[in-house]
Design a binder for this molecule. Structure first.
Ligand code: HEC
Ligand code: HEC
Length: 300
């Protein structure tokens, strides 16, 4: 933080506290020409609502004093006033955070290490590794749930990890690669084909998935599919390519929705789903446990 902003925060904080002290003093001061305590002041609202001159309730005043004393004490002991570190020198990142992390690492590292030597398929299925799957689940609820849902069921734009249908492949190694290195999908926009061909291609894609569409439009769409480059990624038969993350278009499972509108939007605008890499954040051993957990989800 620059010296200017530090000073600015200090001035604001101190002025605030002094302001509160002044407010108390001001409300307790007796003013000349005022109604005696307990009398009405002569102010009236809404016809019959009158103001009395009564002191502030005692409990309220005490709360106010305690708050002020707490604020001054806190700002003296802990960081809060700009760059001032506080008399105790406490820091959430320094001592406390690292101490807690070290303690957790001491306890869990040997367990993670031990599981890291077991094959994913065994961790995912054998009864004696139930605790490993529980740990994987807790990691999933911490790092993956925001996008894939608490049960791994996914949402629009975020794949379902339970259905054993994989964009990037469902072997242990492929799942691990998805988690560790992340994935960047590129579905290029096809707007250049024009409205009519996009509609036709959408009809063909829906027919691939076994949906009812206009047969003539789908036939025209097949022509588009074969000639416009779709097969380069999705394959001649539309079943996709895990190396490119190009999804299977024949299974009626849709990442971005299966309505005609959603499919046309995919074609017009393109899609670029991003799975963020976890290797640097979590390390080998946790990625291994997560792989086993995700693998187990899809095999239930
Ligand atoms: C460069 C490779 C590439 C080409 C060319 C390509 N696609 Fe895709 N397509 C992808 C990828 C990768 C995705 C997944 C996008 C994502 O996950 O964000 C995708 C997604 C889709 C989806 C959405 C699927 C879903 O589950 O929601 C449809 C529909 C689709 N493509 C149809 C087509 C059609 C039709 C063409 C040709 C006009 C085409 N694609 C051309 C790679 C490609
Ligand atoms: C910021 C959102 C986000 C987070 C957090 C996230 N993912 Fe993903 N993940 C995605 C998206 C989006 C995709 C699909 C990428 C694409 O379009 O191909 C994906 C794809 C995947 C895939 C590949 C699915 C397939 O069909 O091949 C796996 C496996 C996966 N995620 C596991 C995880 C795990 C495990 C975690 C937690 C460590 C995690 N993800 C955290 C967004 C996220």
């Amino acid at each position: 933080m620059s010296a200017f902003w530090s000073g600015w925060i200090i001035i604001l904080s101190v002025a605030n506290i002094l302001g509160c002290v002044w407010l108390i003093w001001w409300t307790m001061r007796r003013r000349t020409g005022e109604a005696a305590q307990g009398d009405v002041t002569g102010h009236t609202w809404d016809g019959d609502l009158q103001e009395y001159n009564n002191p502030l309730p005692r409990w309220w005043l005490w709360l106010f004093y305690i708050t002020l004393i707490f604020a001054v004490g806190y700002l003296a002991l802990y960081p809060g006033l700009g760059d001032f570190k506080g008399v105790l020198g406490w820091s959430s990142q320094g001592s406390q955070y690292t101490a807690e992390m070290d303690k957790a690492a001491e306890k869990y590292d040997p367990i993670f290490k031990q599981y890291a030597t077991v094959a994913v398929a065994d961790l995912a299925s054998k009864p004696e590794y139930q605790e490993a799957r529980n740990m994987g689940k807790r990691l999933f609820l911490t790092y993956c749930m925001q996008c894939h849902g608490s049960d791994g069921g996914g949402a629009r734009g975020f794949p379902n990890l339970k259905d054993d249908e994989w964009q990037w492949g469902g072997s242990a190694d492929q799942i691990k690669a998805s988690i560790a290195n992340g994935r960047n999908a590129v579905m290029p926009a096809q707007a250049h084909l024009g409205e009519e061909k996009v509609d036709q291609a959408a009809a063909y894609v829906m027919s691939l998935a076994g949906r009812n569409v206009d047969a003539a439009e789908a036939a025209a769409g097949k022509e588009v599919f074969m000639t416009a480059g779709c097969i380069g990624c999705h394959g001649m038969d539309g079943t996709g390519n895990p190396l490119l993350g190009a999804p299977n278009l024949t299974d009626n499972i849709w990442l971005y929705g299966g309505s005609a509108g959603a499919i046309k939007q995919t074609l017009h605008k393109g899609r670029a789903g991003v799975m963020p890499a976890q290797q640097d954040l979590l390390g080998d051993e946790k990625v291994h446990l997560l792989t086993a957990y995700v693998y187990s989800l899809s095999k239930q």
